[in-house]
Design a protein around this ligand. Sequence first.
Ligand SMILES: Cc1cc2nc3c(=O)[nH]c(=O)nc-3n(C[C@H](O)[C@H](O)[C@H](O)COP(=O)(O)OP(=O)(O)OC[C@H]3O[C@@H](n4cnc5c(N)ncnc54)[C@H](O)[C@@H]3O)c2cc1C
Ligand code: FES
Length: 271
Amino acid sequence: MKSFVQKHQEITEVIWNRPENSSYFRIGLACSTVYENAHPGQFVTLHLPGNMTPLLRRPFSIHRLIKEKGQIIGIEILYKVVGGFTEKLTRTAPGDPIDLLGPIGNGFTISEKFQKVAFVGGGIGIAPLVFLADAISENSVCLSESFAFLGGRTSDDILRKSIFKSFALTIQITTDDGSEGEKGLVTRPLEKWITTTHPDMIYACGPMPMLRAVADIANKNKVPCELSIETIMACGLGACLGCAVNKTETTGKYQHVCIDGPVFDAKKLIF
Ligand SMILES: Cc1cc2nc3c(=O)[nH]c(=O)nc-3n(C[C@H](O)[C@H](O)[C@H](O)COP(=O)(O)OP(=O)(O)OC[C@H]3O[C@@H](n4cnc5c(N)ncnc54)[C@H](O)[C@@H]3O)c2cc1C
Ligand code: FES
């Protein structure tokens, strides 16, 4: 995965803010030209000016870039409404100010040699995978041999299907309650696919138990795999251990999702 140091803080504004369904929204935020170099997997942190609660900035993956006449004018965030900040975010309207810091973190590895990849997204975990698929297809790599495995608790958690369809890849959907696609965990069709195919890379983002299972499948089948980890973050500066993960090569020294991630090689993580 790639490392980037280019973050920039700006007070910018909401371009639009729309519900996807009762639990998920997408928001477009104006941004400066530093985002021309944003890489899939990177994230931003947000704060609503004038709001004391929550005090801490909240991290969100870059879901897509918003372009006008080939120029980047904004970024899109896909968010799930879970608490104080995300609830306030649903009430923001075009023109409202927003404090944006980013792009932060490393990103997924993209290579023209990767002709057959798997995107594995659990619920809101698909947020960074759409930017990734955009970048891969802009790199002139055809995704027709690739698969997107989208999992969720119910059909409401299966997001942005039409975008994935536009990449002409194969989509496999699973839900815990069977309300859409196959009933069960997203790792089941992934594991089945891997028995007949040797992909060049698996990219995954979602809840920790899903990432652990994806890492096991990838490591057992010797398939390269990168995981984007969305832990709870407090300081966002590597100071509080709130986002610590352990890496095999660190002999007990913790890595921080906020400064060493959010993307990690599945072979190097201890869950
Ligand atoms: C690198 C990174 C990228 C992220 N990208 C996205 C994204 O693209 N879209 C998105 O919707 N969310 C994303 N998240 C999670 C997002 O940051 C949290 O949902 C958000 O901070 C919640 O803020 P809140 O004030 O609304 O909720 P809070 O009041 O802070 O929390 C509400 C509840 O959600 C739980 N919670 C908070 N954060 C997380 C988390 N990361 N994982 C599991 N449970 C959590 C809390 O424990 C609490 O129970 C990302 C997190 C990280 C670290
Ligand atoms: S959030 Fe404090 S160390 Fe990462």
